[in-house]
Design a protein around this ligand. Structure first.
Ligand code: BV8
Ligand code: ZN
Length: 245
């Protein structure tokens, strides 16, 4: 658990004036019951990312990829925001200068009340057409086979509206996240292994912009050595302490 000195240091940094930028990863949703990617019970355990979260995998085995996302959608639909999501949403409501970017596709930040989270890797509950510009919310209940479902506009195959490996991140979200990281005074990075780029790179953008970087994670990551403050703990326990008004 983090030492009181680091908690106090983080509290005072986060209470100060000047814009705050937050980057979250799967760890912020771990206490909601959403499996992380690379942890012991991680989503990647039974598969390797290349097998499922790539355009080639979808081209090769669209039904298997669709089924994996349907399983994940069902898992996530049963999860609720945890105190970490709620503390971040409250911070955003209290201050008008917080930008939150997330690598998560679970929609839990928006559900907790964070306005306009920058979803750098898309959203599990949206689908889009592989052929035309059709995009829609995925219904709450699973769509029946045959999978993948077809586009109502052009009959092309529908796919999850998430960013796969080798695909570009949505330019609007990435440029807004990068600008916020460069301009912020404090950069709070929560629950990410810091291995997936360019999202993880926002921490270095913040650092080069002169921000103080605070990491919240029970484990060390490649971002730890550049952090000004490291809070070794669970997001759901640490964030309510350091973000309380
Ligand atoms: C791209 C969506 C180029 C799908 C995901 C350098 C620059 C650019 C690209 C690269 C580069 N180097 C390598 C690349 C390629 C690649 C990449 O980064 N590979 C890695 C694996 C080396 N990047 C890409 O392919 C990206 N695209 O660069 O395209 C391009 C440009 C122009 C035109 C065409 C192409 C796309 C990357 C996005 C991939 N999609 N997800 C899906 O979800 O199915 S990535 C996936 O990993 C998730 O989004 C996830 O969020 C993300 C990162 O993982 P984490 O969130 O960090 O989760 P993880 O399990 O790893 O870690 C959890 C952490 O939480 C741990 O540290 C743990 O200790 C901690 N934790 C656990 N419990 C708690 C906790 N923390 C707090 N509290 C707790 N209770
Ligand atoms: Zn279409």
């Amino acid at each position: 658990m983090s030492d009181p000195g680091s908690l106090a240091g983080a509290r005072s940094l986060l209470a100060g004036p000047g814009p705050v930028c937050v980057l979250t990863g799967a760890g912020v949703s771990a206490e909601s019951g959403v499996p992380t990617f690379r942890g012991p019970e991680g989503l990647w355990r039974s598969y390797r990312p290349e097998e499922l979260a790539t355009p080639a995998a979808f081209a090769r085995a669209p039904e298997l990829v669709w089924e994996w996302y349907s399983w994940r959608r069902g898992r996530v639909a049963a999860c609720r925001p945890n105190p970490a999501h709620e503390a971040l949403a409250a911070l955003g409501r209290r201050r008008g200068d917080v930008t939150l970017a997330t690598q998560n596709v679970d929609g839990l930040h928006a559900l907790a009340g964070t306005r306009e989270p920058l979803e750098l890797h898309g959203n599990l509950f949206r689908v889009r057409c592989t052929r035309c510009r059709f995009r829609a919310e995925h219904p709450r209940e699973a769509l029946p086979p045959p999978w993948p479902p077809r586009c109502p506009e052009c009959r092309g195959a529908l796919r999850p509206d998430v960013v796969w490996f080798g695909e570009a991140l949505p330019s609007e979200e990435l440029s807004r996240g990068t600008a916020a990281a460069r301009a912020c005074r404090v950069f709070l990075v929560v629950g990410t292994s810091g291995v997936v780029h360019p999202a993880a790179g926002l921490a270095f953008e913040a650092k080069s912009g002169g921000a103080a970087v605070i990491e919240v994670n029970p484990e060390a990551t490649p971002l730890s050595e550049d952090a000004d403050l490291v809070l070794r703990g669970k997001a759901g326990e640490v964030l309510p302490q350091v973000l309380a008004p």
